[in-house]
Design a protein around this ligand. Structure first.
Ligand SMILES: [Zn+2]
Length: 429
């Protein structure tokens, strides 16, 4: 496999066998081993194409990137040999923000910076799935931060203790995502300069005086604001309480991922709040969005208490198969199938980077809800090996059933792995 200059058609660098392997089976490789290849492709992208090693009539592969995903697209699917990967699929994804190798679009999350008045608005974007319809722009900003900081991913790789969680490491990653220099309020104003990761009375005062002083540097059309995050032990409509038992009032009703989940059952939360100066130059909270998290120490987002229970069950069952390495992802944005149709499973579990399980937590039994879920199931099947759903509203029985089904998936996966290793032993013998 080699590069070819788009203009001169001259042959360029040849890829190593290892790099070639990564291209055809990216799912078998860790992102660390892929990163140098990805960097190389990024460099060549502008002036070069890649030539597929198959002996088809037209085997040019275009290096593309979109939304931080690098992928190869074949110019002519019929130009490849029949046995070639690219005669079946026109694209292969090498990198992604998440562990999942499929395109992922994001809502226009950061346009809220353009107009502070929008912060409390409901999103005008059509919800692709029931759950996300009530997520405010502030909520979407938090979703983007949680995804960028990989807070929505739990990984267990056999030699790590899954019960050991480092809350401070999570908070550090979240802070890093907020203070990323790419995240700007306007051209010269960094979001990170107007963000505090901890919320105490003292910080609020400090932020107020900083905003009074530095707010003058803001463009005239923007009302200066501050963003705070905190872990909240409870949330009411008009106020929230932090882990230090400090209570803060919020002007607009505090929003959650969906309007029908119980505020009481869903606690604790990771909460994001926007603060502005009033006429008396005092800081007050205008809007807040509260995201339920697994526990006060595990800042893994969940969208309802049902989902939280399901996640506990998933981990519990996975622990019974300690030889399997796994990653659990809570997708916060929609995934898109090849027909560009969106879907969003509640959880995705990857087993040894090989088997993909989509898990759906059904919260209620209305017809509309179930038909939406059916669409997701259909769209999801292109991408996952197994689709499981748990009817959370039915209570304990369905949880037991779910755990049994999930265990069966793990056993099947282990059996397959065993066969595979026996087969490769035979081959080498
Ligand atoms: Zn080919």
């Amino acid at each position: 496999m080699y590069f070819i200059n788009k203009k001169t058609k001259e042959k360029g660098e040849i890829l190593t066998k290892f790099e070639e392997k990564i291209i055809f089976r990216p799912e078998d490789y860790e992102s660390s081993s892929k990163s140098s290849l990805i960097k190389k492709l990024e460099i060549y992208k502008q002036d070069f194409w890649l030539v597929c090693p198959c002996s088809g009539s037209e085997t040019i592969l275009v290096i593309c990137s979109k939304d931080n995903n690098l992928y190869l697209r074949c110019k002519n699917i019929h130009g490849h040999e029949e046995s070639c990967f690219f005669s079946q699929k026109s694209k292969i994804y090498l990198s992604n923000n998440s562990s999942l190798f499929m395109p992922r679009k994001r809502p226009k999350t950061f346009d809220l910076y353009k107009n502070i008045d929008n912060i409390g608005d409901r999103s005008e974007e059509a919800p692709s799935q029931g759950n996300q319809s009530s997520v405010t722009k502030l909520g979407k900003m938090l979703y983007a931060i949680l995804q960028d900081s990989k807070s929505n991913i739990i990984t267990y790789d056999n030699n790590k203790d899954p019960t050991k969680v480092d809350r401070f490491a999570s908070l550090k990653a979240i802070t890093k995502a907020f203070t990323d220099p790419q995240k700007k309020i306007s051209k010269d104003i960094l979001l990170g300069d107007y963000y505090r990761y901890s919320l105490k009375r003292k910080n609020v005062q400090e932020a107020g005086s900083l905003l009074e002083k530095k707010g003058k540097e803001w463009p005239i059309h923007l009302k200066p604001f501050f963003i705070f995050t905190t872990i909240a032990k409870s949330v009411e409509s008009s106020f929230f309480i932090t882990m230090n038992s400090e209570s803060f009032e919020v002007e607009n009703p505090i929003t959650l991922p969906s309007p029908w989940i119980s505020k009481e059952k869903s606690k604790p939360y990771f909460l994001i709040a926007s603060a502005l100066l009033n006429e008396k130059k005092e800081l007050y909270f205008k809007n807040a969005f509260a995201m339920p998290i697994q526990t006060r120490n595990i800042i893994m987002p969940v969208e309802s208490h049902y989902e939280r229970l399901c996640l506990f069950d998933i981990v519990k069952v996975l622990k019974t198969s300690p030889t399997i390495s796994y990653t659990i992802e809570k997708p916060l944005f929609c995934l898109y199938n090849n027909n560009k149709k969106p879907f969003r499973p509640d959880f995705i579990v990857f087993l040894d980077n090989r088997t993909t399980v989509f898990i759906e937590v059904l919260g209620m039994n209305t017809n509309k809800y179930c038909s939406t879920k059916k669409i997701i199931q259909e769209r999801a099947e292109e991408f996952c090996d197994t689709y499981l759903s748990v009817e959370a509203y039915k209570g304990l029985d369905s949880q037991v059933l779910f755990k049994r089904n999930f265990k069966m998936v793990l056993d099947k996966h282990e059996e397959k792995s065993l066969q595979k290793s026996r087969f490769s032993l035979k081959k080498t013998a």
